[in-house]
Design a protein around this ligand. Structure first.
Ligand code: CA
Length: 287
């Protein structure tokens, strides 16, 4: 009797200490403001946590946020206008920077890799401004309501001056935490992304007809910047467009491209004063 009780207790303890994440092949559909989202990978469903995780690609297109990936420390930032949500692979802590304030949220599941897809719990998308995420467990639907979506679309839409919105950036290094890559396309000439061995790839989200790229380097008026600009249409082969020095006296450098491209890569090799490259802004023009 005693033995049976001990075995039962052990079995119960084992079950409690080894929660198995139940996965189901019933993949939920995702809707943003009522429209079905086409995802590049299947969502995962964890009954144990009553939680669904979604692939970030597809979601950033549907929700129109910028996705910034820092390969060095496996950190990525979802940027909605002035709000940034910083996530790290394998960490359940999410940092929300909103204006001048920072708050920390604990996620149910840490972001993880599934093949090449970065998966995040869908609660991440409720951290955005005025966004609400609801589950329908009967119909396997995830409904995301985003009040700020139309505003963000207006901000990012190709304007009359043929500006192509930059939707994300992947950078090699972030030596200065306050000068991070998204600041190179926040529309503000007082903020910058700065790095030595500067290597940043800006993502337009899809292949576009790129006419020109405008670059504003810090102190470009008084020092020469050494940089290379290349573009990439297929995700594999880069075509070098420019490799040389900036023109003294100008705030903006303009590089004529006239190529179809999705990715714009800027590599910096320092300037006439030091080994740093500080990019205040990059603007991509075309169609
Ligand atoms: Ca800036």
């Amino acid at each position: 009797m005693k033995k049976a009780l001990i075995i039962t207790l052990c079995a119960a303890l084992l079950a409690m200490s080894c929660p198995v994440m139940a996965y189901t092949s019933n993949s939920p559909s995702v809707y943003v403001n009522g429209s079905l989202v086409k995802l590049d990978a299947e969502p995962d469903t964890y009954y144990y946590y009553n939680m669904w995780t979604l692939p970030l690609s597809g979601m950033w297109k549907a929700l129109n946020f910028s996705l910034n990936t820092y390969t060095e420390d496996e950190t990525f930032v979802i940027a909605y206008g002035n709000m940034n949500i910083l996530l790290r692979m394998g960490s359940r802590y999410a940092y929300v920077f909103d204006g001048g304030t920072v708050s920390m949220k604990t996620l149910s599941i840490a972001p993880y890799l599934k093949g090449t897809e970065t998966m995040v719990p869908d609660e991440v998308f409720a951290l955005g401004p005025n966004d609400v995420v609801t589950h329908n467990t009967n119909t396997y639907a995830i409904d995301i309501r985003s009040q700020g979506l139309s505003v963000r679309q207006d901000q990012n839409s190709a304007a009359a001056n043929n500006k192509i919105p930059i939707l994300g950036v992947t950078a090699k290094y972030i030596p200065e935490k306050e000068n991070y890559p998204i600041l190179a396309f926040d529309g503000d000439l007082s903020t910058r992304y700065a790095s030595t061995d500067f290597d940043a790839v800006f993502d337009l989200g899809s292949v576009r007809q790129v006419d020109a790229v405008d670059l504003a380097f810090w102190f470009n008026e008084v020092r020469l910047e050494k940089y290379r600009l290349s573009v990439n249409e297929d995700g594999v082969n880069y075509v070098e467009i420019f490799n040389g020095e900036s023109t003294l006296g100008n705030t903006w450098e303009t590089v004529d491209v006239h190529q179809n491209a999705r990715y714009i890569r800027v590599e910096g090799f320092g300037n006439s004063d030091n080994l740093w490259t500080s990019l205040l802004e990059i603007v991509v023009r075309g169609w």
